[in-house]
Write a protein that binds this ligand. Structure first.
Ligand code: HEM
Length: 235
């Protein structure tokens, strides 16, 4: 099944992604609030470019459009969060990592299956981000989940159900092997670009895997992802 491949063949990149400065310090609760707001602003720039690319191609690709629901377009939640914090995203400059992500979206804007792969990763990341949101709410005393953590946790208690439905829809698409490879390439690119958001100089998947290879631990990852997530999963 395609979604099993997308998960199992990307686990190492996922583990590397969790360790990067921004996701790592958010899940530990050590990120200062200004850093959280900067992350939201950069994500706004990436997701806005991505949602525009999707909205341009989806009318011509009804099978993909049926899978990518409006509620999965994440710019709307970033808009809400940034408005809540009084941050104007149009005043934000993209970091080198953000610009690389935007350039990648632009270079693949005519490849719907690649875009679907990119989308899989940002939507799947909401699974982990729901845990991150809990830590963030505590760290910055955000008492109402509707205010300030909409991007991290847009679906609340329906997260799991919606993710399972999305994966079932993707697995039900009659894709050839080479079309599945296109989706897979999109997921791989999304992980690498997300990891690179925190890196001043771009590193390819080969470089990242060579650097982290020795320290990656598939068993620990399968059991509970980040050590910071494990206790929350047990609750
Ligand atoms: C502190 C950071 C992170 C934590 C703690 C975390 C944790 C998790 C957890 C617990 C799941 C659910 C696993 C399951 O259903 O079996 C998940 C799924 C997922 N996460 Fe993360 N995650 C983090 C960062 C990221 C980042 C940065 C990305 C992408 C750039 C990402 C992409 C995904 C995807 C695509 C899934 C869906 C399942 C899959 O294909 O593996 N995560 N994550």
């Amino acid at each position: 099944m395609l979604t099993i491949r997308l998960k199992d063949d990307n686990w190492a990149l996922h583990q590397i992604a969790e360790r990067q400065d921004t996701p790592g310090s958010l899940i530990k609760g050590s990120m200062p609030k200004a850093g959280y707001l900067a992350m939201l602003a950069q994500q706004y720039l990436v997701n806005n470019a991505f949602d525009q690319a999707l909205q341009t191609i989806l009318p011509d690709h009804p099978a993909i459009a049926a899978l990518i629901l409006n509620e999965q377009l994440l710019t709307q939640y970033l808009d809400e969060d940034l408005a809540y914090f009084g941050v104007d995203p149009s005043a934000c400059e993209p970091t080198p990592g953000t610009q690389r992500f935007i350039d990648h979206i632009d270079a693949h804007k005519d490849q719907p299956l690649h875009l679907l792969g990119l989308h899989y990763v940002r939507l799947g990341a909401c699974n982990g981000n729901a845990f991150v949101a809990r830590v963030v709410r505590k760290a910055y005393t955000l008492d109402d989940p509707q205010h300030g953590t909409r991007y991290l946790d847009p679906f609340g208690p329906t997260q799991r159900k919606k993710w399972i439905a999305f994966k079932a829809g993707l697995d039900a698409m009659p894709l050839t092997q080479s079309q599945q490879d296109e989706v897979f390439a999109g997921t791989r690119a999304a992980y690498v670009l997300a990891i690179n958001l925190d890196l001043p100089v771009y590193q390819s998947d080969e470089q990242l895997l060579a650097k982290h290879g020795q320290s990656l631990d598939q068993k620990a990852f399968a059991q509970g992802h980040s050590v910071h997530v494990q206790p929350m999963l047990e609750k």
